[in-house]
Write a protein that binds this ligand. Structure first.
Ligand code: HEM
Length: 395
């Protein structure tokens, strides 16, 4: 008897005796559940914990697959001009990636129930296999936007790892040549409404606001108290920080050293979105920026949990089965160079207090509640100089 409305899939097109598919068939559990092959048992000395070791790695690879699937679809959405309706879908999928990564961070703990002594009993059997050869992990990094030149030296040469696997090399090359999520987000930020010189011209207003903030709040003329030296230093530091974003040349120098990743225009867009996140039109873009930081931050947490586990299992001086310096190599990947959205983390340096944020003016504000083209609003705004005036109050 067949279920009403049940669909069947027949790779060979044969529908005779059609009863549809059962749970195990649909999920191909025959393949999935027979794919665990502990090498210790094969060598005649079964080690109980090797089963957990295999299952954990397989579970990771399945989740990597899902993350890549979501990431590819998000990149496709960003490739088109992002409409408001699309940003909801982007948010949903980014959030899904974040939730999966949270599980991946915690999953390390399960494997930590294995002791170093247990691991030692089967570790030699797996050599030279290593997570270093996880193709999906590299694809994930590349698709997010980790660049070869930002990796630590040991990790820069894929040929050593995937050289004999033509398909893997092709997949890696493709992931490097396609626009990464970071590049697509950068282009999207560059188009942030409000950046146009002939319209709201956010950047000019922001510069003035920063100067007022530095003068009014931390200006040297106020420094006549006991902490004068300290406050002078604070002021200088703050001024330099703002200069790094206000002065294109400083920004470009930081970019060429890999310390900043977004173009100057994209950074302007990110600052604008962050300052005006309470405006309905910027609320979703702001959530997108927050989720991108969550992704970076969770991957860093995974790297950290993994490296701590590695130290617990093999100490800090044994080589990895993949041939690296092991713990030392992995520790070096915890650097900011592996953070794709590092600029978003540093945005807080460029914020000014709420009372210094340039006023949007009534016209622009009204347009932010509707879907009307921003440009029209900006043109109205030019005619309305009074409304557009910078509204900077002391606090
Ligand atoms: C007992 C548990 C584990 C140990 C001792 C261990 C050890 C290591 C070591 C030493 C490396 C450096 C490369 C090398 O082998 O020379 C490495 C890299 C790696 N491992 Fe593990 N690992 C463990 C569990 C896992 C798990 C559960 C995963 C999940 C997929 C994983 C994924 C990776 C990845 C993706 C890399 C490359 C990281 C990078 O190059 O940035 N490892 N692991």
């Amino acid at each position: 008897m067949s279920c009403p409305g049940r669909y069947s899939y027949h790779p060979n097109g044969d529908t005779t005796g059609d009863d549809g598919m059962l749970y195990g068939e649909y999920l191909m559990l025959d393949k999935l559940l027979t794919a665990q092959r502990p090498l210790s048992a094969y060598h005649g000395h079964a080690v109980h914990d090797e089963h957990l070791f295999i299952i954990t790695h397989q579970a990771y690879e399945l989740w990597f697959k899902q993350i890549i699937y979501e990431l590819d679809s998000i990149r496709a959405l960003f490739k088109r001009v992002v409409e408001e309706t699309q940003s909801l879908e982007i948010l949903k999928r980014l959030n899904r990636i974040v939730l999966i990564l949270k599980i991946l961070v915690d999953q390390v703990m399960i494997l930590e129930t294995m002791t170093p002594l247990d691991f030692m009993e089967f570790r030699d059997y797996l050599c030279p296999a290593s997570g270093f050869q996880s193709l999906q992990f590299r694809l994930l990094e590349n698709k997010l936007g980790v660049k070869q030149e930002h990796r630590v030296k040991y990790n820069q040469n894929y040929a050593k790892v995937f050289g004999n696997d033509e398909q893997a090399v092709k997949a890696i090359e493709k992931s490097e040549s396609e626009p990464s999520l970071k590049e697509l987000v950068e282009r999207w930020l560059e188009r942030t409404p409000g950046l146009e010189n002939e319209g709201f011209n956010f950047w000019e207003k922001y510069k003035k606001a920063v100067n007022r903030f530095l003068e009014v709040k931390v200006g040297p003329e106020e420094f006549n108290d006991d902490n004068k030296d300290y406050r002078n230093q604070e002021y200088e530091k703050k001024r330099e920080q703002f200069e790094s974003v206000l002065d294109n040349r400083v920004h470009d120098a930081l970019m060429s050293r890999g310390e900043r990743r977004f173009s100057h225009k994209a950074l302007q867009g990110a600052i604008l979105i962050t300052l005006y996140r309470d405006e309905p039109r910027f609320s979703q873009p702001h959530q997108i920026l927050t989720l991108l930081m969550d992704i970076d931050s969770l991957i860093t947490k995974w790297r950290y949990n993994h490296v701590i586990m590695v130290q617990r299992m093999i100490g800090s001086s044994q080589l990895g089965t993949g041939g690296s310096s092991g713990y030392q190599y992995l520790r070096s990947t915890l650097s900011d160079r592996y953070k794709v959205f590092v600029d978003l983390f540093n945005l807080s340096t460029f914020l000014v207090p709420r009372s210094f944020i340039p006023n949007l003016g009534l016209k622009i504000k009204n347009h932010l509640y509707s879907n009307t083209d921003w440009k029209t609003a900006s043109e109205d705004c030019i005619q309305n100089n009074e409304e557009e005036k910078l509204d900077v109050k002391n606090f």
